[in-house]
Design a protein around this ligand. Structure first.
Ligand code: ZN
Ligand code: FE
Length: 255
């Protein structure tokens, strides 16, 4: 099994595009399809031919280029069974716990309802990669459009079971605004240090993706509703984890 190669780039106003390429077979997947031209440019840069699209959820900024790329490359589109009717060109419908093969690399589907009702993440356990799209961001999480906070907390709890060294690619470059919010609920030193690193990364013109499960576990307030300092700060010492999560999410919506 050869190491997968990844091409990360920006699309639309603040989306990330991601290509995943297996050098042995040439198979190449686009994680979502936010915009046709930046994906074509990325393929040309690397000399890759697109074979697959892995769709995480139905929002326009994640599926806009599905049909155009299908027409050009004849790609196979794998996407969420629970919102399959909203995914243009979908070929394979997958749901929680489904496993499939990408050029010899196992892929596991983790359903993460919250941002949308059918949102899925793609986890490659042997490659230690998670494609989390709009469920988990660096220092943030997706807005709750279609499911309540309690469901999103259950979804994020699934991702928290993954090992610390799993690399996490996510759907949007929201990291600086997430960081500005995060420090308003978490007074901790680990977060403050990370915010400085993020500013340095952005000032150097680099992307804040990928992150890792370990870094998010340590610093992302949306993953730390159990944290005593955050609870004290919110005056929620006795609340359930999901209730603390819901309060943090509600504050971010108003931030
Ligand atoms: Zn979305
Ligand atoms: Fe999005």
């Amino acid at each position: 099994m050869a190491k997968l190669e990844i091409e990360l780039f920006r699309a639309r106003s603040d989306n990330f595009g991601v290509l995943v390429h297996d050098p042995e077979t040439g198979r190449t997947a686009s994680i979502d399809a936010p915009e046709e031209q930046p994906i074509l440019d990325a393929l040309a840069r690397r000399g890759w031919t697109l074979t697959d699209i892995f769709t995480t959820h139905h929002h326009h900024d994640h599926v806009e280029a599905n049909l155009a790329l299908k027409q050009t490359f004849g790609v196979t589109i794998t996407g969420p069974v629970n919102e399959a009717d909203k995914i243009p060109g979908i070929d394979k419908k997958v749901g929680d716990g489904d496993r499939f093969d990408f050029a010899g690399h196992p892929v596991e589907v983790i359903e993460t309802p919250g941002h949308t009702a059918g949102h899925i993440c793609f986890y490659l356990p042997e490659d230690k990669l998670l494609f989390a799209a709009d469920t988990l961001f660096a220092l943030g999480c997706g807005r709750l459009f279609e499911r309540p906070a309690k469901d999103m907390w259950t979804s994020l709890s699934k991702l928290l079971k993954l090992p610390d060294d799993v690399g996490v690619y996510f759907g949007h470059e929201y990291t600086l605004s997430n960081a500005k919010f995060a420090v308003t609920v978490d007074p901790g030193a680990a977060l403050a240090e990370r915010v400085q690193e993020i500013e340095a990364t952005l000032n150097a013109g680099r992307h804040t993706a990928p992150t890792t499960i370990g870094v998010e576990r340590a610093t992302n307030p949306f993953l730390r509703p159990h944290d005593a300092a955050i609870r004290a700060h919110l005056g929620m010492a006795q609340a359930e984890d999901w209730e603390v999560f819901a309060e943090i999410r509600a504050r971010k919506d108003k931030f």
